[in-house]
Design a protein. Structure first.
Lengths: 147, 81
């Protein structure tokens, strides 16, 4: 049995500060959080992100103003879509400021959505943790994470 | 994945390639209307397709001739077996 629920967070680089806060709160609650902070694309980066995505139980996609402009975000998003469609897994979309203009948000509305616009990072982290805890297939690992 | 002058400006190309890779699907970049160098100018496309097949169909007639040749060789090889 997996000891800790593993959460992969996909994001645009402009949102890295918010992501780090969310990471801190989720890690403090016992989740293993994987956030990529690379600054340049490379083969190592691709391998690392693929490994993280494959290991993840939960995918969190943070959407904000213009993620389509970010090759990092789009590559991560592609990996998440590939993993989610091939083996399943909880996918949580978090809408941040500007997400309403993002065509990706329409596509992702069929998954779990947290409207994080106007929320503090800690509130978003709590909502993510609650969503995981309320997902039947993840209850065991979520409880383990919060223990 | 079709790589045309219009397609390589769209971020969805990267999403598609990454999605297929993670799903362990075979990925082939099909180039039309640009050179292989142009197709790989986007750093993300370049890295993702680095060691994968790029198929140039700018000269489609040549490609079909080559394909027909490959099929013949495989059939002949198969009949020998």
């Amino acid at each position: 049995m997996r000891e800790r629920c593993q959460v992969f967070i996909s994001h645009a680089h402009d949102d890295l500060a918010v992501v780090r806060e969310i990471e801190t709160h989720l890690s403090g609650a016992g989740f293993r959080v994987m956030v990529d902070g690379s600054v340049a694309p490379s083969k190592d980066w691709v391998a690392a992100v693929q490994g993280d995505v494959r290991a993840a139980d939960v995918f969190v996609v943070l959407l904000s103003g213009d993620p389509l402009a970010s090759g990092f975000a789009m590559t991560e998003f592609g990996f998440v879509m590939g993993a989610q469609s091939s083996r399943g897994g909880l996918l949580i979309t978090v809408l941040l400021s500007g997400a309403e203009d993002n065509p990706v948000s329409e596509y992702l509305r069929r998954f779990q959505v947290i409207d994080g616009r106007g929320m503090q990072a800690v509130e978003i982290a709590v909502r993510i943790a609650d969503t995981i805890a309320n997902t039947d297939s993840l209850k065991t690992s979520a409880l383990t994470a919060s223990a | 994945v079709l790589l045309t002058p219009w397609a390589i400006t769209r971020p969805w190309v990267v999403v598609e390639i990454a999605c297929f890779m993670l799903s362990q699907k075979r990925v082939v970049g099909i180039i039309h209307g640009l050179t292989p160098d142009d197709a790989l100018k986007d750093p993300y496309v370049a890295i993702l397709l680095d060691d994968r097949v790029l198929l140039d169909i700018n000269r489609l007639d040549s490609y079909f001739r080559e394909l027909a040749g490959r099929i013949r060789i495989e059939e002949e090889g198969g009949s020998d077996a």
